[in-house]
Design a protein around this ligand. Structure first.
Ligand code: PMP
Length: 327
């Protein structure tokens, strides 16, 4: 085992797999969360940032001192910017202005050239993804294109997936997580299925996303909305295509928040909105499979990234969401 990480790059990945005690006790299963909030940039997207930059280098698209542009809900922008800082590249990050204040501040703190744009649906040319693509074209820079660049899921197939396999000693019966790009779900699923074809793969989806309907009936129909960030989709990104997904669960915000607050107060674990959706989904999968199974999910980032939202009584009340008594 390596004991010294070689700079930032060496410190990305190899996150702990944490047994969630109350969820496990309540279901009679082992419910395990991959603690991506331990990554240097604070999220699962450090892995994607690194994988995409390494791939662009290998394909000689990214030259020394070059610029990489990305559209992001924030975490990928953080991952790309930190990796760019460590390897001598520049980053330009395009992000919808509706994302949490904490992610915006963090990106500014780490020196990203941040361009906030109004939140628009994907079909609108002003959508952050399209703005970032056009900007990269205009500048002759590399466009990271996390949604459709398969280097993203390949990074998870070769890092996150094998880590989960090794950490569980192959004793994993199901994997569930939500999708932004689908890189995590697809990459981990491919890696686990290669090693154990019987492992069950379940998409976790927030309200307001079309992916639940897509898995259940092939129909990307959308209803409701969610305060979670970085997950949910109205289309199927290339990174998600062909992933061996067998089932889907839809998690309303209050169910995710209950897990977030429970883990904080009873287990001392601080997780963000998408991780709350994932833990709630893991519990549902465990209840359906019955006691004695091991279900793995992702703890994508930390609650600290959403202090002004998930841990702000005024914000919660404005969304008609319950405020925990201790807040
Ligand atoms: N959770 C959070 C907090 C994220 O920022 C993202 C990425 N947007 C995801 C989950 C989803 O990960 P992926 O893009 O690999 O589907």
């Amino acid at each position: 085992m390596e004991t010294v990480a070689d700079g930032l790059i060496g410190a990305i990945g190899n996150t702990p797999l944490i047994r969630l005690k109350r969820a496990s006790a309540a279901t009679g299963c082992e419910i395990l969360g991959k603690a991506e909030f331990c990554s240097p940039g604070g999220s699962v997207k450090d892995r994607a940032g690194l994988a995409i930059i390494r791939d662009a280098e290998a394909r000689r698209l990214l030259k020394p001192g070059g610029t990489i542009v990305e559209g992001t809900a924030g975490n990928t922008g953080i991952g790309i910017t930190l990796v760019a800082n460590a390897l001598g590249y520049k980053s330009i990050i395009v992000m919808p202005e509706t994302q949490s204040r904490e992610k915006i501040d963090f990106l500014r703190m780490i020196g990203a050239d941040l361009r906030l744009v109004p939140a628009k649906p994907f079909r609108d040319p002003g959508n952050y993804v399209h703005v970032s693509r056009r900007l990269a074209e205009e500048l002759g820079a590399v466009w990271a294109n996390q949604f459709d660049n398969l280097a993203n899921r390949e990074g998870h197939r070769t890092s996150t997936g094998p880590e989960i396999w090794a950490q569980t000693g192959g004793k994993v019966d199901a994997f569930t997580c939500a999708c932004g790009t689908g890189g995590t779900l697809a990459g981990v699923s491919f890696a686990l299925k290669e090693r154990k074809p019987g492992v069950k793969i379940v998409l976790a989806d927030p309200e307001g996303s079309g992916l639940y309907g897509w898995v259940k009936s092939g129909d990307l129909s959308v209803s409701g909305s969610s305060i979670t960030e970085g997950i949910g989709q109205s289309r199927v990104p290339a990174n998600l295509e062909g992933a061996p997904i067998e089932d889907a669960v839809r998690i309303p915000d209050p169910e995710a928040l209950e897990q977030i607050y429970d883990l904080m107060i009873h287990e001392g674990l601080s997780i963000g909105g998408s991780a709350g959706v994932n833990v709630a989904a893991a519990i549902r999968v465990a209840k359906e499979m019955g006691p004695g199974h091991t279900i793995v999910t992702m703890l994508c980032d930390s609650g600290a990234r959403y202090q002004s939202k998930l841990f702000n009584p005024d914000f919660l009340r404005s969304k008609n969401l319950p405020v925990p008594p201790w807040m």
